[in-house]
Structures are given as structure tokens and as C-alpha cells.
Design a protein around this ligand. Structure first.
Ligand SMILES: [Ca+2]
Length: 554
């Protein structure tokens, strides 16, 4: 635990200019020192004005045009965009864009790849797929330079423990677009929100074990927790069916992130682990006893949030970062309540496993990645690497979070004074409205989802002190008390044919079917696994295990 905290601290320090999550107070020495170093170097370089430096650097570079493919990225590079001007001048590039939509992006990139029409730089989630392998073989995408010493920020990203396994025959063909500086940050993406006012009304504590959860859920259903004299409340619901998986976190956690599990010396896919039937059995029990939303299998995205907002459900499974809590709060406020949202909710953990251990969700720090067109010239590729290295820098982080100094913010020491106009609801006008190029450039190299977690004045203004405090308290408790779910990233990211062969097995559908059926869970699940043999399950498992042995992965 301590090691993993240290690991992510050191990564964050390199990436962040402002970071004040109290969660890290326990180990302040290292980051404090690094912050000072960063400050010193930025002070020494600020003797030269930004404009002068930009002109000087750009003068040495020949002009280059780079096309970028990005979600909703068409027509974002235009006139009257000082942010765009700054980046283009800095690297002496002219950007053009090719937009794709969330519904067609994968198809489009495949079509463009076949037609030789891919943009120079594009973002998609294809790593370790057959498409990815064929793009590498056909030279559709090009590798990063072997020597990354000129690009220290890129090098740092590629050295992450969940990125390093992506090396293909000595080269990297992508740069992962990090959501978070470490895998631990995903804890905010699968959570449980419980009505703490109902717990108080019923004289109950926050549940930790499956049995305690059952007691609480029974009281939520039968004990009239809202005191209106009517049996009109349910136990658990979810934002969408994928979020319900949070209740496997204790018992059979690998179902959440797809990690392979070692059992009796053999690595098996997540759904094949012996604990899976126990996880299904628990949800079956809740369903049969009426403690799980009886509509859980057929609800549309957001239906469960609506039930929670109306005060009809005691527990909802969903993400618990500031933006997600705000979304739920805004829905809550459409209805009359005696209790304010902040006093009605607590963010808690799903039940522990049989040994009493609760887990937090982890995932690779990225789910999508940037690719670089194999047809790009050496000069274009070099410029792209310079651009990406800078997109991971503290300077760019400040620009994309706060805008242009003197125009959008002023700085007093580490404190930011925001100068942006405000919307009617009191939040600041989004920088993307002022600088449309940010719709692409902001998250081209990385999603940086962690920035919403920073305890900054801007986030407090955007999400509210109440929600920021709830998230902060949850984060502190979680980091101190909850172990990240066990995950072997070397195995998870190991490319293997066996993994592609069984990628089509939609085991979650079978799990839902069994939760709602009335047969014996263990028997039904065993039969289901036998049926998966038609996909070549055993051969696939053997293939992956052979590869693991070949590579000497422990
Ligand atoms: Ca009631």
C-alpha cells in the first residue's frame, strides 16, 4: 500500500504544478521538495518573456502541417483563438482536423487506414487488437523513436508499469492517453452512494460485509426509511448496468477490469475464476429477496439516477468524482426534499470478500491511445514528438486548466485568481468556449481526468465546496484503508492470440440471466463455462499461459 502511494506520488509530482489533495499529507517530504525544484526552474526561465522564447524556438523549425483526428474535432482550428496561435507558433505547425463521432470513430479510422487517408495523429482504443497488429505489420502506424531522451515527459509515460508491457519487439507504436497519473485513481470511477440520512433514521451504520449490506437493504425496503408511512423504497439500483459490477469488487473483483487471475498455477480469464459463481450468487440473493432493483436488467442509462433523485432508492452504484456527484445533485434538486443532497448521501464501499477485505477499482491508466501515421516524414514525426512531450508539461497543464496568464488568471504564489467570466449558475465560462482549439488540444495527449479531483478554487467553484469535501473525504479514507484490487498488468496487457479468440464471449449477459433465473447458480455457471468451449476457451487459456511462460512473467 505504502509503495503504491509512493509510486503514484512520484509520478504526479512530475506531472503536476498544483496538487493539494490532503490525501497525500502523510508523505509530504518528497513532493514538497520536487515542487520547490519545479518552481525554481520555472522562475529561472521566466527571465525571458514567453513571446521571445516562442519566437526563438520556432525560428529554428521549418514549417510543418499536421492533421489531427479526434472526437468531435472538425472545425475547431480557426481564427481568433490565441491559445491555438500560441501552440502553432511555438512549434511552427499548422493544424488541420478530421472529426469523428463517438458512434463511428473506430469504423472511420479503419476505413481511412485502408484508403491511406488517415490523419497524421489520431486517438482511438485499438491497442492489442487484431487491427492494431495489422496496422503495425502494414506500416499504417509508425513507432516512437527508440531513443526518447530528447522527450523526457514521453519517456516517463512509457515507463509506467501498466504501459511498459505494450512494447512490441522492442518498439512502442502508440502513446497511451492517460486518464490518471496512476492506476489507483480509478477508485472514483466505481463507487456506491448510500442514503446516510436513511441510515440515521433507522439507527444503522454504514455496512461493510455482505450480511451487513443485506440488513441495511432490508431496512431500506421494509423499514420505511423516508418515514412517509408507505412501503415505496427500494434497496440497490445502478446508473447503468456496467456500474452494478461494483458489487463484485469484494468477492470477484477481476470482473471489473478484465484482469486474468492465477488459480492453481494457471492463469484464467476473469470470468473463469472460481470466485465468479460466488459473486453471481450474492446478486441473485439480493434480487430474489427484493433488495436489488427488480428492473436492474432492463433499465436505460440514467433511470436509476432518476429513482435516486426522487428519493426512491437507498443505494446507487455509479462514479463518485465531483462531476458525477454534481450530475446526481442537479437531478436531486429537481424534486422536493427535506434534506439537502450533501446531508443525504455518503460515498461508501461495496461489501468485503469472505476474508473481510474491501477493494477499490483499478484499471490501466489509459483506455485509448494516440497513433502516428506511418506516412509522416521524419521532420513531421519529430515535430509531433516535440509537441507531445510539451503536451505532458507543467506549462501546458496550466494553460489548459487556467488559460492564459494575465488574461484568464493571475497567480499569487501557488494560488490562482481566476479572471474568467461566470455563467448564470455561478460556474466559470469554459475555456473551450473561448479557445475552441482546446476541444482537441486539451485532451489530445491525455484525458487527465484527475484534474477534476484537484482541490483548487476553480474546482470548488465549479463543483461546490460540499461535493469537493465529500470526494476528498472519500479519497482520504480510501487511500488509507482500501487496497486496490489485485491486478497483474503484465498479464493483462500481454498480447496473445488466445485473448482475441475469446474476446467475443459476452459473459456479463449470461451472468445477468443466471441472477434472474431460479436454478442452482454453481451448476448453471458451470454449464455456461462448458458452452464457452465452442469459442475454443481451453486452447485460448493454454495459449496465454504458454506466452506467460515464454516471457517469464511472474
Ligand atoms: Ca416509505
Amino acid at each position: 500500500m505504502k509503495n503504491s502511494i509512493k509510486k503514484y506520488l512520484s509520478i504526479m509530482v512530475a506531472l503536476l504544478i498544483v496538487f493539494s489533495m490532503a490525501a497525500c499529507n502523510a508523505e509530504t517530504t518528497e513532493p514538497a521538495k520536487a515542487n520547490d525544484d519545479a518552481k525554481e526552474s520555472s522562475e529561472s526561465s521566466s527571465t525571458q518573456s514567453d513571446d521571445e522564447r516562442v519566437e526563438e524556438e520556432a525560428a529554428e523549425l521549418e514549417p510543418v502541417e499536421l492533421s489531427i483526428g479526434f472526437w468531435n474535432g472538425a472545425d475547431v482550428f480557426g481564427d481568433n483563438d490565441p491559445m491555438l496561435d500560441y501552440v502553432q507558433e511555438k512549434f511552427n505547425v499548422t493544424f488541420t482536423s478530421k472529426g469523428v463521432s463517438w458512434s463511428d470513430y473506430k469504423e472511420k479510422y479503419k476505413l481511412w487506414a485502408a484508403a491511406g487517408e488517415l490523419p497524421d495523429i489520431f486517438a482511438v482504443d485499438e491497442f492489442n487488437t487484431d487491427t492494431y497488429s495489422s496496422w503495425i505489420q502494414q506500416g499504417v502506424i509508425q513507432p516512437l523513436p527508440d531513443d526518447l531522451s530528447a522527450y523526457p515527459n514521453i519517456a516517463k509515460v512509457m515507463q509506467q508499469p501498466d504501459v511498459a508491457p505494450l512494447n512490441v519487439d522492442g518498439s512502442y507504436y502508440l502513446i497511451p492517453r492517460l486518464n490518471y497519473p496512476s492506476t489507483d485513481y480509478w477508485r472514483y470511477d466505481r463507487g456506491v452512494i448510500i442514503r446516510k440520512d436513511w441510515l440515521a433514521n433507522l439507527g444503522l451504520e454504514v455496512p461493510k460485509t455482505f450480511e451487513e449490506y443485506k440488513t441495511v437493504l432490508k431496512a431500506f425496503v421494509d423499514g420505511d426509511p423516508d418515514g412517509n408511512g408507505v412501503a415505496d423504497t427500494i434497496g440497490i439500483t445502478h446508473k447503468n448496468i456496467a456500474m452494478l459490477d461494483v458489487f463484485y469488487l469484494g468477492t470477484t473483483p477481476q470482473l471489473l477490469n478484465g484482469a486474468w487471475v492465477e488459480e492453481d498455477g494457471t492463469w484464467v480469464p476473469p470470468f473463469y475464476a472460481s470466485t465468479t459463481k460466488d459473486g453471481i450468487a450474492q446478486l441473485r440473493e439480493l434480487y430474489v429477496e427484493g433488495l436489488l432493483d427488480q428492473d436492474f436488467a432492463i433499465m436505460k442509462n440514467g433511470d436509476g439516477q432518476e429513482k435516486f433523485a426522487q428519493g426512491k432508492t437507498g443505494v446507487i452504484a455509479q462514479q463518485v468524482g465531483p462531476a458525477h456527484l454534481r450530475e446526481l445533485k442537479q437531478m436531486w434538486e429537481k424534486y422536493d426534499h427535506d434534506t439537502e443532497f450533501k446531508d443525504a448521501i455518503a460515498v461508501v464501499y461495496p461489501w468485503a470478500n469472505a476474508e473481510g477485505k474491501q477493494h477499490s477499482f483499478v484499471q490501466t491508466t489509459f483506455w485509448s491511445e494516440s497513433y502516428f501515421n506511418g506516412d509522416m516524414s521524419e521532420v513531421e514525426m519529430e515535430r509531433t514528438m516535440m509537441l507531445y512531450d510539451w503536451l505532458f508539461s507543467a506549462e501546458w497543464l496550466e494553460l489548459k486548466l487556467y488559460g492564459i496568464e494575465g488574461v484568464d488568471f493571475e497567480k499569487d504564489g501557488d494560488a490562482y485568481k481566476i479572471l474568467l467570466d461566470k455563467n448564470e449558475d455561478g460556474t466559470y465560462v469554459a475555456l473551450t468556449e473561448k479557445y475552441p482549439s482546446l476541444k482537441v488540444l486539451d485532451s489530445l495527449a491525455a484525458w487527465d481526468g484527475y484534474t477534476q479531483l484537484l482541490d483548487s478554487d476553480k474546482n470548488r467553484s465549479t463543483y461546490g465546496d460540499d461535493l469537493m469535501d465529500i470526494v476528498k473525504e472519500f479519497g482520504e479514507y480510501s487511500i488509507a484503508n482500501i487496497e486496490p484490487m489485485p491486478t497483474n498488468f503484465d498479464v493483462k496487457l500481454l498480447p496473445a492470440e488466445g485473448k482475441s479468440t475469446i474476446a467475443g464471449i459476452v459473459y456479463s449477459d449470461d451472468m445477468i440471466r443466471i441472477i434472474m433465473s431460479d436454478g442452482d447458480v454453481a451448476q448453471e455457471w458451470a454449464t455456461t463455462l462448458e458452452e464457452y468451449e465452442q469459442y475454443g476457451l481451453t486452447d485460448a487459456i493454454n495459449d496465454v499461459n504458454n506466452k506467460i511462460k515464454e516471457q517469464g512473467i511472474q
